[in-house]
Design a protein around this ligand. Structure first.
Ligand code: HEC
Length: 198
């Protein structure tokens, strides 16, 4: 009788071990879910940043011409980044290896990510490539911003003299020209401390 109970117990334990995830697997699964949620949050923020900026850029060019849009852009882009950061509680910005606005210069993590993104701005499915991970207690996410045709009038190789003058006046240290279509212009960079519970 005692042996029978023991055997049953052992069988139950064995079955339990085979089906129930061990503590390590539960942790892996939780991490995978956290990661998926963080990615979705970061992507949604990058989407909003991109859509709102593009709309503002096109409206400014239509209203003031390209040279006029340079000043509009210098006010709109940082203000939009600030508003999205405030609304989301994340740090939302743009950065690049060669910047127009010195405040957009990359930190060490961003620089490493930008070097990788510059090698392949698009992923296998033709979408802007991403880099993400945890660094120094922060969730970090960068998404490539490839150079498009419309960008060349302010970031390309042949820039109209009035546009060039407007850029030189607002950004004397500008290093963000000479780009070609398809090349990496920069990246959306989004981060937040893991301690925020997100
Ligand atoms: C009307 C001129 C104009 C056009 C067109 C334009 N930009 Fe810019 N771009 C600017 C200005 C001005 C800044 C600096 C904004 C600031 O002060 O943050 C800038 C900054 C940037 C930055 C931030 C990094 C840096 O260099 O400071 C990125 C990334 C960028 N532009 C990408 C693009 C892309 C991609 C396009 C095309 C979809 C584009 N831009 C079209 C004027 C322009």
């Amino acid at each position: 009788m005692v042996i029978r109970v023991l055997l049953l117990l052992l069988a139950g334990l064995a079955a339990g071990c085979a089906t129930a995830p061990g503590p390590a697997r539960v942790e892996d699964e939780a991490q995978r879910l956290d990661e998926a949620k963080r990615l979705a949050d970061a992507r949604a923020l990058a989407d909003r940043f991109q859509a709102e900026l593009m709309e503002a850029l096109q409206a400014a060019i239509a209203a003031d011409g390209t040279a006029g849009a340079v000043t509009a852009c210098s006010a709109i882009a940082p203000a939009l980044a600030e508003r999205l950061s405030e609304e989301s509680g994340a740090t939302v910005r743009r950065t690049a290896l060669r910047v127009r606005n010195p405040a957009s210069a990359p930190d060490a993590f961003e620089r490493g990510a930008l070097v990788r993104l510059a090698e392949a701005p698009l992923d296998a499915a033709g979408r802007p490539a991403e880099v993400h991970g945890v660094e120094a207690g922060r969730w970090r996410y960068l998404r490539a911003i490839p150079t498009r045709g419309v960008c060349l009038q302010c970031h390309g190789e042949a820039i109209a003299p009035d546009v060039r003058a407007a850029i030189a006046e607002a950004y004397p240290a500008d290093a963000a020209t000479g780009f070609r279509e398809g090349e990496l212009r920069g990246a959306f960079s989004i981060s937040w401390p893991l301690s925020s519970g997100r």
